[in-house]
Design a protein around this ligand. Structure first.
Ligand code: 3EB
Length: 334
């Protein structure tokens, strides 16, 4: 598949590696994610390692392609890839000597945001955040809450009504893995989608921490067929309450209803349809599972509810609320 944008804005799409690296490599590959806590292969400037293991089948590289020429480089700790309309930045930071996690997050996010502005890609599209011990510490000292607070400082406040916030994922990885952040930013304005079934994360009440999380439920980018939706990590949350505690099958079903609602909202907002009814074209799901022993139950629930056949990758990770057993992020053409 080659992405050809209809508008002058170049498209952004994703595919899984099917051949040996090198064989399927397109000149307009923006970057690729590689999964695993024990990276074996050599990586170039635009191979972004995610220190998270798949469950079951090894996860193939996830390749983000665009239709304009790509250049990549390394600047300090940052691996940077860019094309006409998109900038991707990846950073991995060893957390062993870190004293103040919140301050570190503020500093890293400030540098990331500054790069997007300096290079004139001011619109944040998608961010992935991974770090170990996400549920360690209690109350407002919990690592996830420190992360959220540090990020909010860099974003310059708590509420972002009317401003573009990126779609995001924040997942806990195994002990000893680095803080890993990947950010995609766009030159042109993209569209942010919220979910009426859920309180916007940037409006979460105080009980979930001193700062509300700086992310949107989904962002739309231009794609071959019209728009591609990039949905944030999504969980079994209605309003701001976690639902179906201790029931992975029901949490899966509720999460899929949330994703479905986002797709409907996006189609409504853009007045578009890919002509495929409920289904996404080139759908892609990443599923983060807290307890690998529950993968079969979750996969069964998933197959029961999915009407289409997207690429699915199962990964071992901790969701930021302790009671949540899984989180699903998804992308596809609407
Ligand atoms: C939620 O809906 C689940 O803090 O960047 C999902 C995606 C979640 C991103 C983030 C958190 C984040 O609140 C948690």
């Amino acid at each position: 598949m080659v992405v050809m944008a209809k508008s002058p804005v170049s498209g952004l799409s994703v595919r899984q590696a099917v051949d040996e690296p090198g064989v399927s490599r397109l000149c307009n590959e923006l970057f690729r994610f590689r999964f695993g806590t024990n990276p074996e292969r050599e990586s170039g400037d635009n191979v972004f390692q995610l220190h998270i293991d798949s469950i079951g089948q090894p996860a193939p590289d996830e390749i983000w392609v665009t239709d304009s020429p790509v250049s990549s480089e390394r600047v300090g700790d940052f691996a940077i890839a860019q094309c006409a309309d998109y900038l991707a930045i990846h950073v991995e930071i060893d957390l062993a000597p870190v004293a103040d996690f919140k301050a570190l997050i503020t500093q890293v996010y400030r540098e990331l945001l500054q790069l997007t502005r300096e290079r004139n890609y001011p619109n944040l599209v998608r961010v992935w955040n991974y770090f170990p011990g996400i549920n360690a510490g209690s109350g407002d000292l919990e690592m996830y809450r420190q992360f959220t607070a540090g990020r909010a400082v860099a974003f310059g406040g708590f509420a972002h009504e009317g401003e573009l916030l990126p779609a995001a994922t924040a997942i806990g990885t195994d002990e000893g893995t680095p803080l890993t952040i990947t950010m995609i930013a766009a030159r042109h304005q993209c569209r942010m989608i919220e979910n009426p079934r859920q309180t916007s994360a940037y409006k979460y009440p105080r009980e979930f921490g001193p700062s509300s999380p700086s992310f949107s439920r989904a962002v739309l980018v231009v794609a071959e067929s019209g728009y591609r939706i990039l949905m944030s990590g999504t969980a079994s949350i209605i309003g701001h309450q976690s639902m179906h505690l201790d029931d992975p099958a029901q949490q899966t079903a509720e999460t899929l209803r949330n994703l479905d609602e986002l797709i409907q909202q996006a189609r409504h907002a853009t007045q578009t349809s890919n002509g495929q009814g409920q289904t996404l074209t080139d759908g892609y799901l990443r599923i983060y599972i807290r307890r690998p022993a529950q993968v079969t139950e979750i996969e069964t629930a998933l197959r029961d509810h999915l009407v289409d056949d997207p690429n699915i990758v199962f990964l071992r990770g901790d969701v930021c609320r302790r009671e949540l057993l899984l989180e699903i992020e998804a992308a596809g053409d609407i």
